[in-house]
Design a protein around this ligand. Sequence first.
Ligand code: BES
Ligand code: MN
Ligand code: ZN
Length: 507
Amino acid sequence: MTALTLSTSSATTLRADAVVVGVAKGAKGPVVAPGAEAIDKAFDGKLAAVLETLGASGAEGEATKLPSASGIKAPVVLAVGLGDTPKGDDGFDAEVLRRAAGTAARALTGVKKAAFALPLPDLESAAAVAEGALLGAYAFTSYRGGKGKGKNEAGAPLAEVALLGGKPRDKAYKAAIERAEALAAEVNRARDLINIPSNDLTPKLFAEQAQAAAKEFGLKVEVLDEKALAKGGFGGLIGVGKGSENPPRLVKLAYQHPKASKTLALVGKGITYDSGGISLKPAGHNETMKCDMSGAAAVFAAVVAAAKLGLKVNVTGWLALAENMPSGSATRPGDVLRMYSGKTVEVLNTDAEGRLVLADALTRASEEKPDAIVDVATLTGAMILALGNRTFGIMANDDAFRTSLHEIATEVGEQSWPMPMPRELRKGMDSPIADIANMGERAGGGLVAGLFLEEFVGEGITWAHLDIAGPAFHESAPYGYTHKGGTGSSVRTLVRLAERTAAGDLG
Ligand code: BES
Ligand code: MN
Ligand code: ZN
């Protein structure tokens, strides 16, 4: 990963290949943001005017490169837009800084070292810039380069970042930077897992990755293979996985702190490929379905992050891994599965597979009586229709918990929205022969899925469900620190939830 240091050097004298400055939108054109005073001085105070001539307005997402003025060691200045100038004494919003740093890092692909002279009035801003830079300096290159080509045809991510204006000798700053590094590394772990194509990332390989990480970070790990799953009665996981040559797995990954008083259980949907099964998805709907394990990737990453940060809370991750394929051995529409909980489910649509594997994992997670369960899943197209491509939906059996998760997500810069659980939608899942069907009314499809999951959560356990179908995989143009492909959606929310739980802030 990109190396990051806090530096007390001045922006003009630091040896670097580029220096990054912020530019905001003022009433009369672009305004150079705090942190870049020395750079502006080297331009005789005319940096804003030069930028305006080059077409910059200070709008978010803008990146303008220009040759340095004399007196600046770095040969290139990169100005990134910060949007409207904050009112009164307010500083720039953390997410604005995070995205601007990400935009800068992306614009500096192929560059070795950059000095970031963005506004860093406090610890929160320093952490945001660090996170944004590390998340922006990401590339998934494992599959690049044929014969005679370098692996890194598209250019290597920015290799070194010096953050100017932070306080390198201040313990709190050091800790904030270390946290940003751990967090970004884990978001990038999730991104990598999501980006690996399904012909390589099978449930078995995913489980092996979890085992390797467990060894590296001192986590407990248990893997149930298809034999153990069948023996244990995990009808959901078996039912979804039985059409594939790549059999299912249930992974338990546990981080434990000796002084923890709370246990958080995280459950992730890990469909390594979702073809739809016998209810096959049409072309146009299956090209990105390697991303259907994004929930499990986020859970995996969050457990490792909790371990890296040494949080005083137990965090158990459950990865419900299967490949949903059509074949002679696949579950048919109309089949009935007996789930791990003992309930029976009539499978009306084999493409509603996520809720089946999650149901088993939720029941299993509930057996250990955690203080709360959060599941994460690319569960429904309906949630995308409701909230768009950048916002995940939050459902819960507890209003306060749902509100907390929404606040936490906002705080870490992830877009989310609370969704209801309308009771009247339950009857649409009534089955003439089983306890419940895996499909209900089309209207409110995301909410129907949530109601299904709730039935598999143990009595009295606080539970929330994040439907990340929209934000998990980014298909349009990159922006801020978000690249095309796997985004690592919800990792930062889960980690902050673990931190809050450790601090005793919740329940
Ligand atoms: N994995 C999909 C949901 C999805 C769609 C995620 C698009 C990301 C992008 C899920 O398994 C699915 O197919 N859901 C169905 C449920 C329906 C059959 C009740 C859906 O949303 O259409
Ligand atoms: Mn599906
Ligand atoms: Zn799916």
